[in-house]
Design a protein around this ligand. Structure first.
Ligand code: UDP
Length: 461
């Protein structure tokens, strides 16, 4: 594809201002820009504050930023009031985004509107403005398969009424209740269930579904979906992570960070032995309770291993590390508020990752070949944990007690399981193989490279 030929092609992207939702779009924007395509990203006013703080985005001349109101004040605590927020985004946000699209379309002809599954209400906006619509599916293809089957009522989900009966879906391992995405469980997260149900009703107006995963990682589920005539079929263009993780020469990565990364941990890692450090992080949203934090702390302490723990101190949370913990671990452990996770996972000293299995973290650990201890909480995380242990075969999962908490003994047991003995070696080998497969997928002629070229030629026309 000749880059210069594409310079009249302009795409519009839209997302709410959540880090985990914006970053995959920004990474995809970087891929499109490398093909000569111009990109405008529209996000909510809250994003103005979050993105403009970050020089990498603000100073990137190839990305034009536009903002619209989701109908709420910037100060409104959206993450504690999902119901209200999603409803205003659905009504006011949709109206404001539509007005913005009208305004922008006066001087720019957009070849495509690209959005992700968590803002389905903007699909009809694309239709109203006669702009072809693409979805960037920012979770594994396995989730597209599960949701597609669930919301289109194609399979038997009686596990939801009878939790002892495992779920059998074509292309998936046998799943228990604890492996299912929490958005399909009855009586919880109903606003997200409604949102996804709307997504699947609008799907007929979507021309392309592009997955941030890669083909070699999810071969079986992709083959079965293709065979079952899933429409639109999902095509993978990932792994969508920063280029430097895939061996590409690249700027430090165009992304938004909610907090400032503590760079001292990279120096600290330099002083540790190869593969000796347990990296611990639960992403940007989850806040653990006091008892759980204490059990993790004691498990890490008793394991005797070195560790780097991202322990976010959020406003309004009184959760603290156990008294005397930091003194007891001394040089063996480091606790930071936030780090450059991709840099940390790439560091040779990191041997395993105790993770909540958010999809971005999952892709990053696959690409860096770091085996995991899975500690999923909600949304796609339980299914991602199942993928990591049973499909990718590069991890173990922490078992919760009946009260929903993981004990310190269990933390210690899993650290041993992932770092010692023949099973640990097999998982490390598998992680190393997937790391190579990820690199190949994005190289010239690789699966994701081909899919990206095809998408670009489709929109360039
Ligand atoms: N992350 C980071 N520093 C940290 C912890 C996380 O940069 O200290 C990044 C991580 O690399 C990933 C994102 O935050 O890209 C978290 O996304 P994920 O989908 O894993 O989880 P979420 O935060 O959406 O629950």
């Amino acid at each position: 594809m000749v880059v210069n030929q594409n310079q009249n092609t302009h795409v519009l992207m839209v997302s709410a201002a959540l880090q985990g939702h914006l970053n995959p779009l920004l990474k995809f924007a970087t891929c499109l820009i490398s093909k000569g395509i111009l990109v405008t990203i529209a996000t909510t006013e809250l994003g103005r504050h979050r993105m403009l703080k970050h020089a990498a985005v603000a100073a990137n001349p190839s990305i034009k930023l536009e903002f619209f109101s989701d109908g709420l004040d910037v100060e409104f605590d959206r993450e504690s009031n999902y119901d209200h927020w999603l409803e205003t985004l659905r009504t006011k946000g949709r109206e404001n985004f539509s007005n913005l699209t009208t305004e922008l379309s006066q001087h720019t002809k957009f070849s495509c509107l690209i959005l992700h599954q968590f803002v389905p209400w903007f699909i009809p906006v694309a239709k109203e403005h006669n702009i072809p619509c693409a979805v960037l599916w920012i979770q594994p293809c396995a989730l597209y398969s599960i949701y597609y089957r669930f919301f289109n009522k194609l399979n038997d989900f009686s596990i939801l009424q009878n939790p002892n009966q495992p779920l059998e879906l074509p292309g998936h391992p046998l799943m228990e209740l604890q492996d299912l995405p929490s958005f399909i469980l009855p009586n919880i997260h109903l606003c997200f269930q409604k949102l996804l149900s709307e997504f699947f009703t609008y799907l007929l107006d979507v021309k392309w579904v592009l997955g941030t995963s890669f083909e070699e990682l999810e071969e079986e589920v992709l083959e079965v979906m293709a065979g079952d005539g899933v429409r639109p079929m999902i095509t993978t263009v990932g792994p969508l992570v920063s280029g430097f993780l895939l061996g590409k020469k690249e700027e430090s990565g165009v992304s938004v960070d909610m907090w400032k990364a503590d760079e001292s941990c990279l120096k600290w890692l330099d002083g540790k032995e190869l593969g000796s450090v347990v990296y611990v992080s639960f992403g940007s949203i989850i806040v653990l309770g006091q008892q759980q934090v204490e059990n993790i702390a004691m498990g890490l302490l008793k394991s005797g291993k070195a560790f780097l723990w991202v322990f976010k101190r959020t406003a309004g949370s009184a959760v603290e590390l156990p008294t005397g913990f930091l003194d007891a671990v001394g040089e063996r452990g480091l606790v930071v508020n936030w780090c450059s996770q991709e840099q940390v996972l790439k560091h040779k000293a990191v041997g395993c990752f105790l993770t909540h299995c958010g999809w971005n973290s999952t892709l990053e650990t696959v690409v860096t070949g770091v085996p995991v201890i899975a500690f999923p909480e909600w949304t796609d995380q339980p299914t991602n944990a199942k993928l990591l242990t049973d499909v990718f075969k590069m991890g173990v999962r922490l078992r919760k007690r009946d009260d929903g908490i993981v004990s310190s003994e269990e933390v210690e047991r899993c650290i041993r399981e992932i770092t010692e003995g023949p099973a640990a070696e097999a998982m490390a080998k598998r992680a190393a193989e997937l790391k190579e497969a990820a690199k190949k997928a994005v190289e010239n002629g690789g699966s994701s490279h081909r899919h990206l070229e095809k998408f670009v030629s489709d929109i360039v026309g």
